[in-house]
Design a protein around this ligand. Structure first.
Ligand code: UT7
Length: 343
């Protein structure tokens, strides 16, 4: 049986809800005016082509796990859950502190989640959407009741601040969500469905060329600046618009939903033009689409929790609302999920 047939036969929804959210953004802000002093660029070009005005950058004392720990503590405090109650820690990141140990191990120690298990999940900008669905299925299986999903990236450590095509895009941040079973009378709340796809044919268009087993670190790789982000922006742009549109269209359709049923779309924030092009094609009203890229840039796995926090703060997301998360990233990776918001 194919996946779509399997879904048609499905009679009950997996039961898992997002019960808390915490975020961390470092205090230091890097504005377009600051970047004008570093590379040949200007505020007008960056705003027009990306929608980014400023981004947050960590100080030298912090790495990805430090931001992840802050976001995780914030989510747990919001829900009044002790770290010792957490079963699983999933850290979505492409900028771990180290290849190993995993960032999840460092977060476990940092928050004091004794007895938890966990792992890092690499799906670039789609990481958080993949982490949420993984967490939802662990909870829905009935084997876990408190899964912490964290998206954290320190892109400033792998961005080449002499390359104007990429250095203007990225910022640093972390966000965390707690996933739990719905409570009594909350059966309708929580996870509804997920759609995902990986497409390795796009692997060369956005990557960090060196430092892995294919091209280990050497003097030559450092001299050639191969430990920084490389991107063919226009290739990624076209793919992102098409797949963000198609994945959301297919996901809504197979659940019998239209854009009118969705209260808020929380898209990955890579480029304002990608978001508006995809949501226009979907026919979703602009006021339903959360865009906060102006203040944070592309924080990779952290964009979705940061945007969700802003949707709540702005009074655009309430208990019972349908929310659509959507992302496309390096790999390529594609993911979208729909949830009925639970608090
Ligand atoms: O997060 C997941 C994955 N990432 C993305 O989804 C990002 C996808 N790509 C993009 O967002 C866009 O392609 C960029 C914002 C990266 C670039 O925008 P673009 O409209 O595709 O510009 P371009 O790369 O086609 O460059 C247009 C011109 C070029 O000059 P010429 O060759 O036309 O003379 C670039 O050299 O703009 C120039 N340019 C800049 N000018 C001023 C490139 N970067 C800059 C800059 N400031 N920072």
């Amino acid at each position: 049986m194919g996946y779509s047939e399997f879904l048609k036969e499905r009679t009950t929804l997996p039961k898992a809800k997002i019960s808390a959210l915490g975020c961390y953004t470092p205090p230091r802000v890097l504005t377009n005016q600051d970047l004008e002093k570093m590379v040949e660029t200007n505020d007008q070009w960056i705003m027009d082509r990306t929608g980014i005005r400023e981004r947050h950058i960590v100080g030298p004392e912090m790495a990805t796990s430090d931001m992840a720990i802050e976001a995780a503590k914030c989510a747990l405090a919001q829900r009044g859950v002790a770290a010792s109650e957490v079963n699983t820690i999933i850290v979505c990141t492409v900028t771990p502190d180290h290849f190993f140990p995993s960032t999840a191990c460092l977060v476990q120690k940092g928050i004091g989640a004794r007895g938890a298990w966990g792992f890092d999940l690499i799906a670039a900008c789609s990481g958080f959407v993949y982490g949420l669905t993984t967490g939802a299925h662990l909870v829905a299986a009935g084997t876990h009741d408190k899964v912490l999903v964290i998206g954290a990236d320190t892109m400033s450590r792998i961005v080449d601040y002499t390359d104007r095509a990429t250095c203007i895009l990225f910022g640093d941040a972390a966000g965390a969500m707690l996933i739990e079973p719905p409570g009594d009378g909350e059966d309708e709340l929580g996870f509804i469905d997920f759609i995902g796809e990986v497409d390795g044919s796009g692997g060369d268009f956005l990557k960090m060329p060196a430092g892995g087993s294919r091209l280990p670190a050497s003097h030559e790789t450092v001299d050639k600046r191969l430990h920084y982000v490389f991107q063919d922006g226009s290739q990624v742009f076209k793919y992102a618009v098409r797949k963000m549109y198609e994945s959301c269209r297919d996901l809504l359709k197979r659940n019998g939903l239209t854009g009118d049923d969705v209260a808020v779309v929380i898209p990955h924030q890579a480029n304002k033009r990608i978001i508006t092009a995809a949501s226009d094609r979907l026919g979703i009203a602009p006021e339903k689409v959360l865009i906060n890229i102006d203040r944070y840039g592309n924080t990779v796995a952290a964009t979705i929790p940061l945007a969700t926090r802003d949707a709540i703060r702005e009074g655009r997301l309430h208990k019972g609302d349908i929310v659509l998360f959507t992302a496309v990233g390096a790999g390529y990776t594609v993911g979208a999920s729909i949830w009925r918001w639970a608090y």
